[in-house]
Design a protein around this ligand. Structure first.
Ligand SMILES: *Cc1c(COP(=O)(O)O)cnc(C)c1O
Length: 394
């Protein structure tokens, strides 16, 4: 099919809720994707942070192929090996918790919020979330997402949510009461613009939850699975949550989400209270196991630290040449370039030159290189970005 033919199908039969670029992607390989016209594109925002170990990682592809020949799916009233193995691997890499599996980030956050309610006493029904957060598109996670643009046309929202400025300890303290069931926060905000939580703030959230009998939820849907140079971003800040959610990078491209809770909190999720038909299916879990093994065998956490520093330094150097750049911020390979003006056109121009990046909040360019990348790919990306900034300044 030609690009026009595929786009024609979408025009006629697919709901138009995504602004799509006029490009059909037919293949992904490592740091690159290829469109129907054979154009090769360097992907520095692979699958919106899903393909964090690159497109079609061979170990993930192999695990999926092998599992597909044995068992694709079995319902959750029976046991399956991959789900048990994956839960163990995750527990060993986080805080020794137990996992519930689902299929997406929003579902993981839904499960987290339900568990927080179930675990705390009945009068506790409120959630505190941070301005600029992003927690998903279902009704509860949309309500938790403290950005008015995501609420437009959908009022009234669910009751019981308080929004406080990110990194503002006093504001969180003020919004606390006996009625708060949980604080839910991203240690580093992604869609909100690569806003890095301070240790002081995250530790204060921990303390306030403890003092008030509330549950601390970290949304690690974007930050999880090594992108920041540690398995989970909270591990940078010396504070542990009661509940943590994961999704995007977890399945290496397969749809899977997970909510991990401490053993004590997890005990409140008893039969009949929550479920997911597809959650923890064998093939998605097999893929996630392969992701964890690949990250370890290929030392990708170390690479995220080392390459992250390299990339942030190189991008920061562009600041001297381009007044369009205000500053660069990030942790590991989760990088934001704060521009002084709008970034959408820059993203489009980079795509024309074979580089995929992203712009969020109007003025923040997101670089989320796959953890398998090397210096050569960063150099290539920065060169294209540099040339587009030069042209745009004219
Ligand atoms: C993407 C994202 C979600 C939502 O995940 P879906 O899989 O799209 O439902 C939730 N929280 C954060 C931090 C995210 O980045």
């Amino acid at each position: 099919m030609t690009t026009e033919e595929t786009m024609g199908l979408f025009d006629k039969y697919v709901i138009g809720n995504y602004p799509r670029l006029a490009r059909v992607i037919v293949k992904g390989e490592g740091c690159y994707m290829f469109d129907a016209e054979g154009k090769k594109i360097l992907d520095m925002f692979p699958g919106w942070a899903v393909s964090a170990i690159g497109h079609c990682h061979p170990k993930v592809v192999e695990a999926v192929r092998e599992q597909a020949g044995e068992l694709l799916h079995i319902d959750n009233t029976l046991y399956s090996e991959p789900q048990g193995k994956l839960a163990k691997l995750l527990s060993e890499r986080a805080f020794g918790g137990k996992s519930f599996f689902c299929n997406s980030g929003a579902e993981a956050n839904e499960a987290a919020m339900k568990l927080a309610r179930l675990h705390t006493s009945e009068e506790k029904y409120k959630f505190i979330t941070a301005e600029g957060s992003f927690h998903g598109r279902t009704f509860a996670t949309m309500t938790a997402t403290a950005q008015p643009k995501h609420h437009e046309g959908l009022l009234p929202l669910l009751p019981g949510f308080a929004y406080v400025p990110f990194n503002d300890v006093a504001a969180m303290e003020e919004s606390f009461s006996d009625e708060v069931a949980a604080v839910m926060v991203e240690p580093i905000q992604g869609e909100g613009g690569i806003n890095i939580g301070t240790a002081e703030y995250l530790q204060a959230a921990r303390r306030l939850c403890d003092e008030n009998g509330a549950v601390l939820i970290f949304d690690e849907v974007t930050t999880g699975m090594g992108r920041t140079g540690k398995w989970f971003a909270y591990q940078h800040f010396g504070v542990e949550p009661d509940i943590m959610t994961m999704a995007k990078a977890l399945g290496g491209g397969m749809a899977i989400g997970a909510m991990m809770a401490t053993e004590e909190v997890a005990a409140s999720l008893v039969p009949g209270k929550h479920a997911s038909t597809f959650g923890g299916n064998a093939i998605a879990c097999a893929a996630a196991i392969a992701v964890i093994e690949a990250i370890e065998q290929e030392k990708l956490l170390e690479n995220a630290v080392e390459l992250g520093k390299y990339a942030q330094d190189k991008l920061s150097q562009l600041k001297e040449k381009h007044s369009a750049i205000d500053h660069v911020r990030g942790v590991g390979l989760m990088i934001g370039v704060q521009l002084t003006g709008p970034g959408a056109e820059i993203v489009d121009k980079c795509m024309e030159k074979g580089l995929r990046i992203n712009c969020t909040q109007g003025t923040v360019i997101r670089f989320m290189p796959p953890m398998i990348a090397g210096r050569a790919e960063i150099d290539e990306a920065v060169e294209i970005f540099d040339s587009v900034l030069t042209e745009s300044a004219k």
